[in-house]
Design a protein around this ligand. Structure first.
Ligand code: SAH
Ligand code: MG
Length: 212
């Protein structure tokens, strides 16, 4: 996004508590791709408005977004999945430090396997937040479909991926495949007959899909 606009928006965000700054610093030091300030505040506002009582997150990292979703709706039960052992450990620690173990359940494992287990357990969520390996969003979405309640929402992060999806012939050694996958996902998502989707240029691009 335009840098001046982003700076303006960041300057006008709500005040943060100290623990928020601490986890943000931790993410910076360890190069953990947590949600950016404007994106996370938008997500929190959605949660305040929507008040989902059960939230599923795919991609915990160090627990930043899970804790902030809890901040936006302290009554929400949050289940979150992380496959990286070190990040999982940091997330457990951060959640414990905030004494939110009762509300935030962190599952250590690959979402591609863990989602099937949650389906077997007949779990239900009214909000699913996808923020993990970008090449697999379609799989995450499809696997978590049985978990989503009527009129629930799916929020997908990073769907514009630094604006790369706009470039017609994107050439990049490291990201070319990933960008193609995200473009495919966006096309598929907006044409999904079971959902109404809007993509917003907030943060790194956020898609909100409403289950009809
Ligand atoms: N939601 C977090 C950021 C997540 S970063 C926040 O904003 O605070 C993406 C995370 O997804 C990484 O930590 C990565 O290890 C994890 N991840 C990627 N693919 C995954 C998979 N298949 N299953 C579980 N976690 C996955
Ligand atoms: Mg993200």
């Amino acid at each position: 996004m335009d840098e001046m606009l982003n700076n303006y928006l960041v300057k006008h965000l709500p005040k943060k508590e100290d623990w928020v700054n601490e986890i943000e610093s931790q993410a910076k030091v360890d190069h953990v791709p947590i949600m950016d300030p404007v994106g996370i505040n938008f997500l929190m506002q959605l949660i305040r408005l929507n008040k989902p009582d059960n939230i599923l997150e795919i991609g915990t990292a160090i627990g930043y977004s899970a804790l902030r979703m809890n901040e936006a709706n302290p009554d929400a039960r949050i289940t979150t999945i992380e496959r990286d052992e070190i990040r999982y450990g940091q997330a457990v620690e951060n959640v414990k430090n905030q004494q939110k173990e009762n509300m935030i359940e962190i599952i250590h494992g690959d979402a591609l396997e863990e989602l099937t287990k949650l389906v077997d357990e007949k779990r239900k969520y009214n909000c699913i937040f996808i923020d993990a390996a970008k090449g697999q969003y379609k799989k995450f979405f499809e696997l978590s479909l049985p978990l989503l309640k009527e009129n629930g929402i799916v929020i997908s992060d990073n769907v514009l991926f630094r604006g790369y999806v706009l470039e017609p012939n994107f050439e990049h050694k490291r990201y070319k495949k990933m960008v193609e996958k995200i473009k495919e996902y966006n096309e598929w998502l907006v044409n999904h007959p079971g959902f109404i989707t809007t993509i917003l240029p907030i943060g790194d691009g956020i898609a909100i899909s409403y289950k009809k």
